[in-house]
Design a binder for this molecule. Structure first.
Ligand SMILES: Nc1ncnc2c1ncn2[C@@H]1O[C@H](COP(=O)(O)OP(=O)(O)O)[C@@H](O)[C@H]1O
Ligand SMILES: [Mg+2]
Length: 306
């Protein structure tokens, strides 16, 4: 058993070394920054717009000429592919079961981004064995030729989500102005703060479905003040997305709103979010090697699904 674990660690170490060694090469091969920026998207409550924001943010980044991979890590309710109108042949299930590797499950789309499809309705995947988890993490190093990896996670607190948040360069917390969504967003920020003993985790708040700029700012200010006062945690306000019928229309057509309605208010907001993310200085020590190391370092937490 110990031997097996050591072998696995060795494989992962090699993969990290390979991915780090590949960073300069990745730059030449088209990874424009030589380093992959990893952005996790999460929320306290479901249905607040994570998948729509993840997908359209990915497209907005691709429209700036970035190589973008969108990973659907919502292992309960995967639906990036639904929003994109794609029926993937393979998904994270096959990767985790070691039936396929990352190169085999990643898919091109017509929207300038590549996706790693999620494994919808596969409850067991939310509870990976240590071996499956390590294999999954090792496979992530295959993604180092991307400039940006956006990870759409499930709502609420699971070890998966915490690991992703901890390991990513930035974590976007999505809320709406609804009191229940705000309470749950605060809840997840609190758990992140408790679980991770760091003051600056690159947490950024996005208020979705606002009716006015003021509404977004009020929600954000309240949460940021409370997080600072009670949790001693730094949270930034990244921005807002308007309530916009273009979102629902696009969902119904199974095409991203950035594509079918690029001049909609929601699309404009998404471009603003990207420009604000781009202005944010890239945090030192990030990138895929560090992401993998941090994921490996994050222990499964008792009492939670992984
Ligand atoms: N900015 C918005 N304006 C209008 N409707 C929205 C907006 N964002 C999300 N929605 C609605 O909420 C639904 C759920 O969004 P989704 O991205 O699937 O949430 P999550 O991934 O958080 O569960 C969408 O199908 C859409 O109908
Ligand atoms: Mg979703």
């Amino acid at each position: 058993m110990a031997d097996q674990a050591e072998t696995l660690r060795e494989i992962v170490r090699n993969k990290i070394a390979v991915s780090e060694a590949a960073e300069p090469a990745a730059r030449e091969a088209g990874n424009t920054e030589g380093k992959t920026r990893i952005i996790t998207i999460t929320s306290g409550k479901g249905g607040v717009g994570k998948t729509n924001i993840s997908t359209n943010l990915a497209i907005a980044y691709a429209q700036l000429g970035k190589k973008v991979i969108l990973m659907d890590a919502d292992l309960g309710l995967a639906n990036v592919n639904v929003i994109l109108g794609i029926i993937p042949k393979y998904n994270l299930y096959h990767l985790i079961r070691k039936q396929k590797n990352m190169g085999e499950i990643i898919m091109d789309t017509n929207y300038g981004i590549r996706i790693v499809a999620g494994a919808s309705g596969f409850a067991r995947i939310a509870n990976l064995t240590e071996d499956e988890r390590k294999n999954f993490i090792a496979e992530l190093s295959e993604l180092s030729n991307a400039d940006i990896i956006i990870i759409d996670t499930s709502a609420g607190v699971s070890n998966n989500v915490l690991s992703f948040v901890e390991a990513a360069d930035e974590a976007l917390i999505i809320t709406t102005p609804e009191p229940t969504a705000i309470t749950d967003a605060y809840g997840i920020i609190k758990i992140i703060a408790t679980e991770m003993n760091k003051q600056d985790l690159g947490l950024k708040l996005v208020v979705n479905r606002v009716k006015s700029v003021v509404e977004g700012r009020k929600v954000a200010e309240r949460m940021i003040t409370i997080a600072g006062q009670f949790l001693n945690l730094k949270v930034d306000y990244l921005g807002y997305v308007y309530e916009d019928p273009a979102v629902q229309n696009a969902v119904l057509r199974q095409k991203p709103f950035m594509i079918v309605d690029p001049r909609s208010r929601a699309s404009i907001c998404l471009r603003h979010l990207v420009s604000r993310l781009e202005k944010v200085e890239f945090r030192e020590g990030g990138g895929i090697g560090s992401f993998i190391r941090k994921l490996l370092g994050s222990k499964p937490r008792p009492g939670m699904d992984i």
